[in-house]
Design a protein around this ligand. Sequence first.
Ligand code: HEM
Length: 441
Amino acid sequence: MKDLPSIPRYEVLRNRRTILKNPLPFHHHYFQKYGDTFRINLGRRNDWVFTRNAESIRHILQKNHKNYGKSSLQTKELAKYIGHGLLTSNGEFWRVHRRMIQPAFHKKKLEGLIRMMYKAIVTELKEVKVNAEQDIFPLMGDLAFQVVAKSLFSADNIRDRMQRLKEITIANQKMLIKEMRMPYLKWWFHLNGDIQKHLRLAVRARNLINGIVQERLDSKEEKDDLLDMLLSARYEDGKPMPRQQLIDEVMVLFTAGHETTANALSFTLMLLARHPEVQQRLYQEVKDIDFERGNSILALTQLPYTQQCLEESMRLYPPVYFMDRVSLAEDTLEGHVFKTGTVWLMSIYELHRHVDFWEDPDHFVPERFVADGKRDFSGQYFPFGAGPRMCVGNNFAMYEMLMTIAFLVRKYQLSTTREIKVHPLISLKPSEAFVKFTARI
Ligand code: HEM
């Protein structure tokens, strides 16, 4: 792999401020200059390889997935704040827990959660300010957090604790970003106590969750929510998950499930606000949909255009814009041999806008996702990842997003005077996502 084009260390250091603010233009520049796969020389033992090559991404995530694990960015750096749950573990430990947790997210199981989700959505959307431009990202953040909270813990007396949990989740993510983007200052973050402070916050979050779990066990109530499922899941020997593991899995579901959905919803609303003709078509589809009466699952299947809008929004703005893996053994890709321990950073953002795969890649064209059997994007479109580690909550997220968009567009006309701006942190967030909601008559 030594013959792969490589960005020298001094280039990374020279551009560190720009990279910290928004690394996407830096990546794009080098993808254009060097092609779909290049190396970053950080002068360390391990090599970092960036790719937007669809075949290599499929190879790593699907075909040869056994040779790749999550890198220490997740299994150590993120795990020190949220523990070792599905998202942050590898190998047999991950496989065993995935087998236990996945059944709770099957479509059939989710049907039982739909009403709870919808109630949480309606409650949160009471905060919509009519006739004034409003930053929708905090609103969508609260909505997505409450939907996960209500689906996990259907209790009514947890709002304040959930608010605290949300604040901690956000604060720790900010810290993690600083650590990841300025690894050369890690010694300073230790010395000035920043890391210890955030580790204490993580302990507080775990205590909050532990308290809620204990209340559930003491009440002996059966709730049919995600917590009940985690409590009743069993290892092959018939034993339940240890309490600390259960808390890790809950922390992971909050972290993985709320921000990604909030981002996708905010970008979709901005796109609809900027494309009145798409919004009008979507309105025609949702205007008579009623999730409260009748069969909510059936209603969700009647929203193909809304689904296309969400798919196209996640193509342009994939919340998980990067995925990382580390190789467990030597492997050959694109004619190069990569040694054990190579860290792969797969740019989903770049792949989703690659001119070889998408016509008019920078334009919002939901029609490209029409399910007419003629087009197949499965080899180049990965908003939820691919292979055995694909997002466990993808159906959950789609249901939640379909209901939220349908509810809002049925009730309001959306408009905006703003451009769409991205703010890439651990996930791809929007910045200044101001939308005006005007009540439909
Ligand atoms: C639009 C919303 C969402 C997007 C775009 C998204 C995207 C992703 C992606 C790309 C991965 C794979 C990461 C990798 O392979 O490195 C992933 C994993 C995961 N997601 Fe999601 N996700 C979303 C919503 C959710 C929700 C709502 C939940 C749960 C309530 C969830 C739970 C998880 C978990 C637990 C994993 C780890 C799975 C494993 O490694 O076995 N996600 N997600």
